[in-house]
Write a protein that binds this ligand. Structure first.
Ligand code: GLN
Length: 497
């Protein structure tokens, strides 16, 4: 078999590598060649780990040759969001403030993927510290959407979404605090999953808002996402919020269909989604109904307030989490005559505008006199959202919404208007606040023939049902168009590899 016969899904790659039909080295070379050909246009990566990937592939091939088990994801290339710690390998969060920092340990998800035989091919670009919806907040220049390089890939995990869409790796890992896996997945035409809070370890994920952050996969198929989540999920004693249970079997029900399942339509969902997006979500309801599901109307009145509550809670937590970047412990230090001046100069130089905005918003929301009015009130709204979802899930097994209100937008469209950018996550944020799982599944195209994702939401730990519905949507979905990467002058967005 030649490198040209390398399969495209993680499951097929692992099966072929395990059976000795294709070598892990061929798989890796094939993906590095795709990166060589198109990364200049896409800028998915902050760093490509070519040597490390080749060495890992050789080790997998040696294991196969020796008759050892190379792992369930043997030879599967993985693109890691650059806020996941990788031992000895720079982890930047796409921020200048971590310049030169090399973590002394691997994130648990990184360790688990490697133990399963997967091969890290690079660290992907993101909005600085995962704050944003377009990757335009990266200190290293934006990532471009492989479906239209004049448009954003979404964010904050835009690099991982673009890497998968572009064929640089069949699997990407991202983090989702308010939608940063599901929204870029929707914009790039790939599957993206935000698991139940606590299902996947955050040990080694650089914290943004700790009560909301979750790690999850990007893949081409629902089955691949299930396979990856089965590897990275499950209890980790190194993360105190990790649920002390094994990850449920997600792959088993994928072919079961949706006959008898109740799919909820949120009648009081916030408006604002573009007509092409609304049309695809309606088509998704129709497809599930045709496959035997019952569509039920539910109300989630507090859904509308999710965005407002999030922009108090997430910045509040961020202002605390980011206090550690002081020029002493990590990365950048800007020298100054005394310690206080050094802190100020370092943080002034090291953080970008959006990160500074969040730190100020969060500090304000937590300050004496405002705490009850802002942060405290947001926590009450958070509770209302959870209660509303609980009532809705008495009547519905899953809920269907848009993942993103629009298809991929052009660079610069929303950079002058933070609120417009924040509105990208209207439909994804509430399930972060409630801790519930959600995923985006490609379901055809809209304006400019760009991908649209439908979001499936489910109660905590009901991933098996969520994946079952996602698999049905995948079967009913029109084919996602191939990426239209073309050569463009990349002006300042070059890879920092
Ligand atoms: N776009 C949202 C924000 O800027 C969500 C980010 C995320 O999920 N990391 O905060």
């Amino acid at each position: 078999m030649t490198a040209h016969d390398v399969p495209t899904t993680a499951i097929d790659i692992a099966a072929a590598v395990r059976a000795g039909i294709v070598s892990a080295s061929d798989v890796v070379e094939r993906h590095l060649a795709a990166i060589d050909a198109h990364e200049r246009d896409v800028h998915a990566f902050n760093r490509v780990l070519a040597d490390q990937a080749r060495a890992a592939a050789a080790a997998i091939d040696a294991a196969v040759a020796a008759g050892d088990d190379p792992g369930p994801l043997a030879g599967v290339p993985v693109a890691l969001k650059d806020n996941l710690c990788t031992r000895g390998v720079p982890t930047t969060c796409s921020s200048k403030i971590l310049d030169g920092w090399r973590p002394p340990y691997d994130a648990t998800v990184v360790t688990r993927l490697a133990a399963a035989g997967a091969i890290a091919v690079g660290k992907t670009n993101l909005d600085e510290f995962a704050m944003g919806s377009s990757t335009e907040n990266s200190a290293f220049g934006p990532t471009r959407n492989p479906h239209d390089v004049e448009r954003v890939p979404g964010g904050s995990s835009g690099g991982s979404a673009a890497a998968v869409a572009a064929g640089f790796a069949p699997v990407g890992l991202g983090s989702d605090t308010g939608g940063s896996i599901r929204q870029p997945a929707a914009l790039c035409g790939v599957v993206g999953v935000k698991p139940t809070y606590g299902l996947v370890s955050r040990y080694g994920l650089v914290a943004f808002a700790s009560s909301l952050d979750q790690v999850g996969p990007f893949t081409h198929t629902v089955a691949d996402a299930a396979a990856v989540l089965e590897i990275i999920g499950g209890h980790d004693p190194m993360d105190s919020t990790s649920i002390p249970e094994p990850v449920p079997d997600l792959s088993a029900l994928l072919d079961d269909g949706v006959d008898g399942l109740r799919v909820g339509r949120i009648t009081d969902l916030p408006t604002g989604a573009d007509p092409d997006v609304v049309e695809r979500v309606e088509a998704a309801f129709d497809a599930l109904a045709a496959a035997g599901a019952t569509i039920v109307d539910v109300e989630v009145p507090a859904f509308t307030y999710g965005l407002t509550a999030y922009y108090l809670i997430a910045p509040a937590e961020a202002s605390s989490n980011l206090a550690r970047y002081d020029g002493v412990r990590y990365g950048l230090r800007v020298d100054a005559p005394d310690t206080n001046a050094m802190y100020m100069a370092t943080r002034h130089e090291g953080f970008g505008a959006e990160v500074k905005r969040r730190i100020m918003l969060g500090t304000y929301a937590l300050s004496a006199g405002y705490y009850d009015a802002y942060y405290g009130k947001a926590l009450k709204v958070r509770r209302l959202i959870a209660d509303d979802f609980a009532r809705a899930y008495e009547r519905a097994d899953v809920l269907l919404t848009p993942a993103s209100p629009s298809v991929a937008f052009a660079f610069g469209d929303k950079t002058d208007d933070p609120l417009a950018m924040y509105l990208c996550d209207t439909y994804t944020i509430p399930s972060n606040l409630s801790g519930h799982p959600g995923m985006s599944v490609p379901f055809g195209t809209g304006a400019h023939d760009l991908p649209i994702g439908v979001q499936v939401l489910a109660p905590a730990l009901h991933e098996p049902t969520m994946f079952r519905v996602a698999a049905e949507l995948e079967r009913a979905a029109p084919p996602t168009p191939a990426p239209r990467m073309i050569d463009v002058a990349v002006g300042g967005a070059g890879s920092a590899r």
